[in-house]
Design a protein around this ligand. Structure first.
Ligand code: SOE
Length: 383
């Protein structure tokens, strides 16, 4: 039974606000942890209050704020959780750390590496617990992939091949900016698919097989101008990358390709990777999230072949907390699993990963990718 209360202040009430609120409500119904999150306050801008109030009521937030600085000043908040657009992360995180709050932040951590570095310095100087919500690490099949690699089952790794494909911006009529389309506005998002989607792929890759040394990238913006969501009579140039592909050399010598786009007709949220090692290979596809494909060269040659592991057994990562074998879990559970790891970290004193420092590495790789797309040259990742 949880014995310690942890008061949460949520900054934002959009898509990620919903996933996190659900996680706070669910976590101790499935994970028996010492800390019980209390949904103390949810905050959004004054102009978004009409959205904030029903959101807060629906998820059970005890109170609301429309000034983020007031939220940080509140003595009854232990954790600031940032789910607002990317251009707000830095200032909120710095102020929260200075006030001695624990800080959780959605990905990407920041607009760029320089901002991310200041955020790392702020939480480390304040000595406060911190985590970046790269939720896909908590897909049980991906955590299992990490386990297989750490067990040495792939041996020396030669290749990493990642794709993250969506198709929701193909129409030229989709506007940019505003409450729901800020991901298309470079001033708010920082970048397009690189920070939004490839950041996920990079975080997973670095976690699974180690750091990236150099990259060579290309980007494209297919629709050059879009109307503004907040004022459809105005049109502005689109400054984000709609698609990005890059080659990478890992520090351990492995070679990689990464590709991401919002123009892959028919692909809604296809996040895949394949890893080829000396002794075996692994393939994962988020559209079949409960499965991991594994090829073991150590099998007897007459039964060589890819096997599909249904990752639902109680000895698979996280699955003991959920249903009986064969019953799958979904997208929302990745956030609950991540939160359980954060709370467990507080309990055990072993800080959770990915920390802000881990997310800084991803941010620096994204910076190198975007730089390379401009210079048309190989760029070194500057950490
Ligand atoms: C973009 O469409 C998006 O919502 C990302 O921002 C999320 O991080 C990703 O997991 C799903 O797609």
């Amino acid at each position: 039974m949880p014995t310690k209360k942890l008061n949460i202040g949520l900054m934002g009430c959009g898509f990620m606000g919903r996933t996190h609120s659900n996680a706070y409500n669910q976590v101790n119904k499935f994970f028996n942890l010492e800390y019980q999150p209390v949904l103390k306050a949810a905050c959004a801008r004054k102009e978004d209050e009409q959205k904030l109030l029903p959101f807060a009521k629906n998820f059970g937030w005890e109170s609301t704020e429309t000034d983020w600085r007031k939220m940080i000043e509140r003595d009854d908040i232990d954790v600031i959780d940032i789910v607002s657009p990317n251009n707000t992360h830095h200032d909120i995180a710095l102020a929260a750390a200075k006030a001695g709050k624990m800080v959780l932040c959605e990905k990407p951590l920041a607009m760029n590496g320089a901002e991310a570095l200041e955020m790392v310095q702020a939480v480390e100087k304040a000595g406060v617990a911190n985590m970046t919500w790269f939720n896909y690490r908590r897909v049980p099949a991906i955590t299992l992939a990490k386990q297989l690699i750490d067990e040495g089952r792939l041996g020396r790794i030669f290749h990493y091949r990642a794709k993250y494909l969506q198709d929701w911006t193909i129409s030229a009529d989709v506007p940019q900016g505003g409450q729901t389309l800020w991901r298309l506005d470079a001033a708010v998002a920082g970048s397009g698919v690189t920070g939004d989607l490839l950041a996920h792929s990079i975080d997973t890759a670095v976690w699974l097989i180690g750091g990236i040394d150099t990259v060579s990238a290309m980007t494209e913006t297919f629709i050059k101008e879009r109307a503004l969501q907040d004022d459809p009579s105005q049109r502005k140039p689109v400054l984000i990358d709609d698609a990005c592909a890059f080659l990478a050399r890992f520090k351990n010598g492995a070679l990689a390709t990464f590709e991401s786009t919002r123009y892959a007709r028919g692909r809604k949220n296809q996040n895949t990777f394949e890893i080829n090692g000396e002794k075996g290979s692994i393939f994962f596809d988020l559209e079949d999230a409960h499965q991991l494909q594994y090829y073991d060269h150590g099998d007897d040659s007459h039964v060589h072949g890819w096997r599909t592991i249904l990752v639902t057994d109680s000895d698979h990562p996280y699955m003991k907390q959920w249903w009986v074998p064969g019953c799958v879990i979904g997208y929302e559970h990745t956030f609950i699993n991540a939160l359980s790891d954060f709370l467990k970290g507080l309990e055990t004193g072993v800080p959770v990963r990915p920390s802000f420092r881990d997310a800084l590495e991803t941010q620096c790789i994204c910076d190198a990718v975007l730089k390379s797309a401009k210079t048309c040259a190989w760029e070194k990742v500057n950490l």
